[in-house]
Design a protein around this ligand. Sequence first.
Ligand code: SF4
Length: 72
Amino acid sequence: MSEVVRVRTDRERCVGAGQCVLLAPAVFDQGRDGRVVLLTRATTAVEEVEEAVDLCPAQAIGLGGESRRVGG
Ligand code: SF4
């Protein structure tokens, strides 16, 4: 069973540091302007995304309130 978390990003805040892309490349990418591009709004890569939230220098990543468990 895997937990799914919802992910939010704020491109206005993003400073293009790229920490999120290094930590969770299946969830985050960087656009031509260097700012974050969200590849999926829900993911099971919970630990990676939580770490990205902690390490993002711009507080540009958030976890949505809703989470659920899938699979079994
Ligand atoms: S870690 Fe934060 S500031 Fe850096 S690219 Fe990702 S969202 Fe933007």
